[in-house]
Design a protein around this ligand. Sequence first.
Ligand SMILES: O=P(O)(O)OC[C@H]1O[C@](O)(CO)[C@@H](O)[C@@H]1O
Length: 395
Amino acid sequence: MTETSGPTTVAQDPAPILSNVPGSFAEGVMLRRHPDIIATVRRLVPYPRAVQDALDHLLSTLDGAIPELPASAVDAAFWRESAAGYVGRRWVDVPFLWAESYFYRLLLEATGYFGEGPWRGVDPFAPQKLAELDSPDLDRDLSELDGLVTAPPAEGLAAALAASLWGNRADLGFRLSDPSSTGRDRVDDLIADDSAALWQLVEASAGPVHLVADNAGRELTADLVLIDRLLETGRTAKAVLHLKPHPYYVSDATTTDLLAVLRRLAAAPGAAAGIADRLQQAIAADRLQVRAHGFWCTPGTFHQLPRDLVDELSAAVVVIVKGDLNYRRLVGDAHWNPTTPFADATGYFPAPVAALRTLKSDVAVGATPDRLEHLNATVPGWRTDGTHAVVHVRT
Ligand SMILES: O=P(O)(O)OC[C@H]1O[C@](O)(CO)[C@@H](O)[C@@H]1O
């Protein structure tokens, strides 16, 4: 974020989004979506009494004060520092981005994900992720792959990019609180489309393309198809896929989820199996490298990228950043004027960056004044209802 020198031209950082505005989207997430998520986890995973009690305890804090992560937690030191000044305050009074991230960390703690017992490493969201992999919607997506791989390269790439973009609206946390969203897939309303700049970047150099993944299931499937197309058409010689090192927001993709998608593709008829085969060979040959850096599961914005990630991302031809949460972390989860140019909000990022996002939370940049006026007048929920999307590129 920016600060310019001079007596009269100090650009203020926009204020962070909190959840304490009555009726706001963020308030709804904190007060309704999070309890729903706890209830769904309890319903779908047969946790023992002690875990159910711990989940109930977490639930009981949500309309009150933020609790501490137990000192015995593996990452207690990190969170003690991160939560300084927040523990004991109302969830809704601290930055929304931080509060959501901490909620998911406490949820994993309650389920024993990092503990020594039998629930260690058990993804509380696995039933929902697996159900999505079994869905007829995904069968339909996969049946469209035959046409995609035989299309002329530029067309196949454009179709894969669109699938990766709109695949982002399929995320499970979103569907949980907005079931009608299931019937609204691919409502193609792009607020900004800089995809030509993305293709120019990848055509100018065979250097690595990085993709910072968001959700498992259908979205990750589409992301992998995009990666396959980039490799197969020679647009890039190497791709790097960044996953989460452990479960995070409801459907965030981990390495386990990657393997599940590869299995699903391999077992499907038609072109899907060929894609799985090529991707597996690419992983074996290091042409597709998988990373799972701990930073991706922290509440910081990308302004706080650690040195090793900065060094690696700096060499990218482009970093494709997927989804709403990553977008919030990229530009800063703040009350931006929506007409702020994307390049201004991301100038600090260490490489050219492309954001593929369907809008599922309030933060917005990169809209033209005309478009903004029209959206505000015609689609009151455009920032949060998942019907609109952006392809933003900063070269
Ligand atoms: O899966 P995505 O696209 O990152 O969306 C996650 C979004 O879901 C929410 O957790 C709730 O809608 C948002 O606050 C968050 O940004």
